[in-house]
Ligand binder design. Sequence first.
Ligand code: 13P
Length: 256
Amino acid sequence: MGAGMRTSIVAGNWKMNGAFGESRDLVMALAAGVGEGGDAEMLLCPPFVYLDAAARWLESTPIALGAQDVSREGKPGAYTGEVSGAMLADVGCTHVIVGHSERRTLYGETDDGVVAKFRAVQAAGLVPILCVGETLAEREEGHTAAVVTRQVGAVLDTLGADALGEAVVAYEPVWAIGTGRTATPDQAQEVHALIRALIAVQDATIADGLRILYGGSVKGANAAELFAREDIDGGLIGGASLDAAEFLTIFHAATG
Ligand code: 13P
């Protein structure tokens, strides 16, 4: 089904990496290698300062543009350092990552704050990519399902299942991010199925259409076996998205 009804998404989260020229070279190499797109969607999430330039580099390519974060504030105003959803839409973004574990852990983002950002993204007409996932300690204590249920539930209970009709979810186990320790396809599939089931309780059609991406040490060598699983509809890629050849291999694993 991951390869069936739902069009897969392969998204690159560049995090705080790259420089202007390097970013341009990477985008150009991906534009040259993506082909017609077609069976899967490619999305790039560069740092804020490169979004405007990236939108130009991506013109007349099938590659979409997203941001890594957004302000929770819906109206313009005195919020030094913040970037609004409207500004991201203005420069050509279609997607915004919210609730990445690095934002939650390093910058103190709470479930409530993530819900506010999710709402701000949709209010600007953009698609939120809601990141959820447990830490190693939480997994070892058997709390994976409870943590993911709480994180997805924060959105589901506040905004309702309808809000997930125009959203993407990314399951990113914290212990797999940047560690080289990928979740096994079975481990990932189990949590993806749980997320879909949580939403299906409220709305089976929305649950069925929702793209759920896996993130955490995805590489060219392990992407195909992950993407082959029923409830895994692509990936959110960190380190491997900074290498054009590697990211294209991952992308093509989703189109196969
Ligand atoms: P890595 O692919 O570097 O493990 O990062 C995953 C991630 O956090 C994507 O958002």
